[in-house]
Design a protein around this ligand. Structure first.
Ligand SMILES: [Zn+2]
Length: 96
C-alpha cells in the first residue's frame, strides 16, 4: 500500500530576492537629547534615565572640553551618570 499520510515535505525555494532580511524594527527608545559627554553616544533624555550635572562635575569627571554643555548644564545619559556617581559617592542620596 502506497498510501502515505499526506505529509509531503515540500522543498520551498526561497528566491534570492526575498533573502533580504526584513529589517526588524525594534522599537527602541529613541532619545532626542544626546549625551553631553563627547566620547559617549548615548542619550540624556529624561525618559531614558538621563540626568544633568553641573559643569564643575563634568570637568572633574571628563575633563574640560570632554563634554558639551547645554544651557549651563551638562546633560548626561544614564550610564554616564552612573559612572559619575560612582566617582562621587559622597552624595548619599540613596534614592534610586
Ligand atoms: Zn553618556
Amino acid at each position: 500500500m502506497a498510501h502515505r499520510t499526506g505529509r509531503t515535505q515540500r522543498k520551498v525555494r526561497i528566491p534570492s530576492s526575498a533573502k533580504k532580511k526584513a529589517k526588524k524594527e525594534k522599537v527602541e527608545k529613541v532619545g532626542e537629547i544626546p549625551c553631553g559627554v563627547k566620547s559617549c553616544d548615548g542619550f540624556s533624555d529624561k525618559h531614558m534615565g538621563g540626568r544633568s550635572l553641573s559643569q564643575e562635575n563634568g570637568v572633574e569627571m571628563w575633563g574640560e572640553g570632554g563634554f558639551t554643555v547645554r544651557k549651563n548644564r551638562l546633560r548626561v545619559c544614564k550610564s554616564c551618570y552612573k559612572a559619575w556617581k560612582k566617582e562621587n559617592k559622597d552624595d548619599t542620596s540613596s534614592h534610586y
